[in-house]
Write a protein that binds this ligand. Structure first.
Ligand code: GUN
Length: 324
């Protein structure tokens, strides 16, 4: 990177984290230092309170003005240990922000019909504004995922996975729900004042949860968007032309330093467990940090924002339901 005196310097990962943190504080933005927070366990279970201040304020305002407490129901089916950690984090963050939270645990042999019946019960409960079915579903019902997710009323679909919300995002209607992970990535870029307008944004990964909605969000901000995937020819060259590179492939250290344009902004969405206590991203952080202009670490980067955006979507859902 270039230091204050304009000299080229290379830095260690720890220095880079400190530098990112300092940059975030200098901008007065709480989000950027999340990009640099070094040590958080599995799913980013500790969230800097400042990140959630805005959500807390909105929850209080809803209480004062309308006597409404936003409510989130999270359904977890089966015993996936990572899912349990994520769901606990969501529940804990709700409590911290003042959102009413229910975690509904259903056995691994739950049928599609039983799950949809539970969703429908929640659809009609007034104090529940957001419904989230934690993925992945157990193998026996995984192929029914679309039918299951489509059973959630679009107004309560805080994941933004329902086709109505996907469509709204695509055509630019702003009364839909935006999937939490790409929404968090966008917030991060905006808070860090990274230029998106006219930039070449390259997304590696075309999932419905991250890659595709990320493309739509960046397109709406006037980026030129390229979505790459496992069949892409010349992946390295395309990545190297990115001003903003979003890695969402789910393969440890897939994006190496030689795939990054010097000075580019790199957002790492990957969460890969390579040992019982070791999580790494899709980007080879220690080498990429030498090349990138700004980069998010794993853990401690995007994961934190994802939960914060879920809180925001739950609040937005409560507001939308109030207006109906
Ligand atoms: N599992 C991993 N990411 C997600 C997500 O964004 N939403 C849900 N429901 N499950 C997930």
């Amino acid at each position: 990177y270039t230091d204050a005196q304009g000299r080229q310097r290379t830095i260690t990962a720890n220095e880079a984290r400190d530098k990112n943190k300092a940059a975030g504080q200098a901008l007065g933005q709480s989000v950027v230092n999340k990009m640099a927070k070094p040590t958080l366990d599995d799913a980013g279970s500790t969230l800097d309170p400042s990140q959630l201040e805005e959500a807390k304020k909105q929850v209080l305002a809803l209480k004062e003005q309308y006597n409404i407490t936003p409510g989130l129901a999270v359904i977890i089916v089966g015993e996936n240990p990572a899912s349990k950690v994520y769901v606990n984090n969501k529940h804990r963050t709700c409590e911290e922000v003042g959102i009413y939270s229910e975690v509904i645990s259903m056995p691994a042999d739950t049928t599609k019909e039983q799950l949809i019946a539970k969703i429908d019960e929640l659809n009609y409960r007034q104090e529940i504004h957001g419904i989230l079915v934690q993925l992945p579903l157990p193998e026996a019902i995984a192929k029914e995922e679309a039918d299951i997710l489509n059973a959630i009323f679009p107004l309560k679909d805080v994941d933004g996975f329902h086709p109505v919300n996907v469509g709204k995002l695509m055509i630019g209607q702003d009364d839909g729900m935006i999937p939490c992970t790409p929404y968090g990535c966008l917030k991060m870029l905006q808070s860090a004042k990274i230029n998106i307008d006219g930039a070449h944004a390259v997304i590696v990964g075309r999932s419905n949860i991250v890659g595709k909605p990320m493309g739509q969000l960046l397109l709406a901000q006037n980026a030129t968007v390229t979505i790459c995937h496992s069949h892409t020819h010349n992946l390295k060259e395309i990545c190297r032309s990115a001003d903003i590179l979003v890695a969402a492939v789910g393969r440890p250290h897939f994006i190496t330093a030689d795939m990054i344009k010097p000075g580019a902004t790199v957002i790492d969405v990957g969460i890969n467990r390579i040992a019982p206590k070791k999580l790494v991203g899709d980007v080879d952080f220690d080498n990429a940090v030498e090349v990138a202009g700004a980069i998010t670490p794993v853990p401690g980067g995007v994961g934190l924002l994802t939960i914060a955006m879920l809180m925001q979507n739950t609040i937005n859902a409560a507001k939308l339901q109030l207006a109906k």
